[in-house]
Design a protein around this ligand. Structure first.
Ligand code: FAD
Length: 527
């Protein structure tokens, strides 16, 4: 070891000791049911992991913040980190493309509005919190849910400042319970968010390295046995002189995991939900012909350094890749092989999955007409005959092989119900449009894996937590890689909001940590 490196490592240890005494006293006390009196994490780290202490020497300079994953959570984190003063910020992305699932997303974004002039300015924030807690059950962490609702509006305004042009119409996204979703109104709203975010990230000096797959977190063990994350090892997509995968270390003061969920990893999802075998496609990759980065890499890397995983068995299935054409409730009806509506189309996803599973049939028909504005998928679905057009109800019934009389009665009843605002089939108030204007669209819809609700435990500052509710120093996470925000079921539009709010928080927290460690080091080094 050269004297310089020796000196730096000595300083690092002094800095960490100071941090342990000061900054880290911010660790949450009672959240996640932890024993706040126990400050040792050594058992967490050694039980479930094989953390590798960082090499004596670094080939490169230290990054302030390394973000793993370039979906909306990762992009928000990188931007927020730069805005909070982190100097060197890099995003590692294993694919050749920026944007993750965000770029494919329909772009429904759930927002709670604060009304300062009203008697109860925070009523809508409380309502959104209550909606999420009802859907998420015991597994949704109230403090995370409250934060998401409270900061949703400012996150949306933050994106507007980057050029996202929100359309001022609130709608009820499929899988949500109230009309609180917004989007840009374009058929590719997710693309709009990714474009604006990636432009901003690059403009303010964050780097994006594509084809760079993080394979493990680099750690150091502290004197008390706890683990600090000090960088990321990544495979660069090529091979070295000896034909081995070309690897590089990215030493960092802080690391943000934003690697998305694990829906594309059949082995991993079957570990937690055995019935979800390879016969289930995913909404991101319905024909299994695309690359889908949602393979649980970040979850496994975090687990290897002692992170707690929560809610892993809650994997959301939705109807998406087949006959469904609309992302909002009220323009489409879903009918069974008898030609009857069998489910209220607006129920939360988990409830929907349960009802459909009870029917013993994984698929059904989705029907709409020419009145409603369709998304970008219409052309493709018509081209591939996933969706077909019919000039009359008779022609449609024939194409679906259902009794004409039953289908006509179903549609007539729906049209009458939406005019009256009450769904007589299921006994709910309903808002919708009649299905009356040809051409009619119909297609067979089935279930695809859409969203993994579980992941690494975090606190309100997006710090990754161990089973004992202690933060893993230097490690932050945001977006679908985390668990506990949505509990056992995610409502429509809440995931995008989650990536904006917690991505931003993770970036800020990581920058704060990086800046503090850098300052302490400078202070310690001063004569
Ligand atoms: C078709 C579709 C429509 C959707 N519509 C909506 C909607 O309207 N509203 C809503 O709220 N939600 C929607 N969702 C869900 C939402 O899009 C996702 O939950 C959200 O985009 C996840 O964002 P993320 O940044 O956490 O992860 P992702 O977007 O999955 O990004 C993770 C990134 O990390 C990369 N990565 C993974 N592992 C590594 C590694 N080891 N090294 C480097 N990089 C890695 C991946 O390649 C990926 O680019 C939709 C999802 C799909 C698939």
């Amino acid at each position: 070891m050269t004297p310089d490196i020796f000196r730096r490592r000595l300083l690092d240890r002094t800095v960490r000791a100071a941090l342990l005494g000061g900054l880290l006293a911010k660790a949450p006390a009672a959240a996640w049911g932890a024993d706040a009196s126990d400050s040792s994490d050594s058992s967490d780290a050694s039980d479930s992991s094989e953390p590798e202490d960082i090499a004596e020497d670094f080939a490169h300079e230290i990054w302030d913040v390394v973000v793993v994953g370039s979906g909306t959570a990762g992009l928000c984190a990188a931007i927020a980190a730069r805005e909070a003063g982190a100097r060197r910020v890099v995003i590692l992305e294993k694919l050749a493309l920026t944007g993750g699932h965000g770029i494919l997303s329909s772009g429904s974004v759930a927002v709670a509005t604060r009304r300062p002039q009203s008697e109860d300015p925070d009523a809508d924030i409380r309502e959104m919190t209550a909606e999420m807690l009802r859907a998420g059950g015991d597994l949704a962490r109230p403090e995370l849910v409250r934060k998401l609702a409270r900061e949703s509006e400012s996150a949306v305004a933050w994106l507007a400042g980057m050029g996202v042009n929100w359309r001022n119409v609130r709608y009820r996204a499929v899988g949500s319970v109230t009309a609180r979703n917004i989007s840009t109104g374009s058929p590719q709203a997710g693309y709009d968010y990714v474009s604006a975010l990636s432009r901003r990230a690059v403009a303010i000096g964050a780097e994006i390295r594509h084809n760079t797959r993080a394979v493990r977190l680099l750690t150091e063990t502290m004197p008390d046995g706890s683990v600090q994350v000090v960088g990321v090892r990544a495979a660069l997509g090529g091979v070295d002189d000896r034909g081995a995968p070309s690897m590089s270390d990215f030493p960092a003061r802080a690391v943000v995991l934003a690697t998305g969920g694990f829906g594309a990893n059949v082995g991993m999802r079957m570990k937690y939900a055995p019935r979800l075998d390879a016969t289930y496609g995913t909404t991101a990759n319905p024909n299994r012909d695309l690359l889908d980065g949602a393979e649980g890499d970040g979850i496994r890397m975090a687990e290897a350094v002692g992170a707690e995983l929560v809610g892993m068995e809650h994997i959301q299935l939705i109807p998406y890749s087949g006959g469904r054409l609309l992302d909002f409730v009220g323009g489409e009806i879903w009918v069974n092989d008898a030609g009857e509506r069998f489910v209220p189309e607006g129920v939360p996803f988990a409830e929907l999955a349960r009802i459909v599973e009870d029917t013993g049939n994984r698929s059904f028909w989705a029907i709409s007409d020419a009145t409603t504005q369709k998304g970008a998928s219409l052309g493709v679905k018509l081209d591939e005959a996933i969706v077909r057009e019919a000039a009359t109800i008779e022609e449609m019934a024939h194409g679906m092989d259902v009794p004409v009389g039953v289908l006509r009665r179903t549609i007539v009843t729906w049209n009458r119900d939406v005019k009256r605002g009450y769904d007589t089939r299921f006994g709910f108030p309903v808002q919708g449009v009649p299905i009356a204007k040809p051409p009619f669209y119909y297609g067979r819809e089935t279930w695809s894996v859409h969203f993994t609700c579980g992941g690494v435990a975090i606190d309100e500052e997006a710090r990754v937590l161990t089973a004992r509710c202690r933060p893993i120093f230097g490690l932050f996470a945001a977006g679908e890689v985390t668990g506990g925000v949505h509990g056992k079921d995610r409502l429509g539009g809440m995931s995008m909001t989650d990536t904006f709010v917690f991505g931003r928080t993770a970036g800020r927290s990581a920058a704060e940590w990086a800046n503090a460690t850098a300052k302490l080091r400078e202070g310690t080094a001063a004569p």
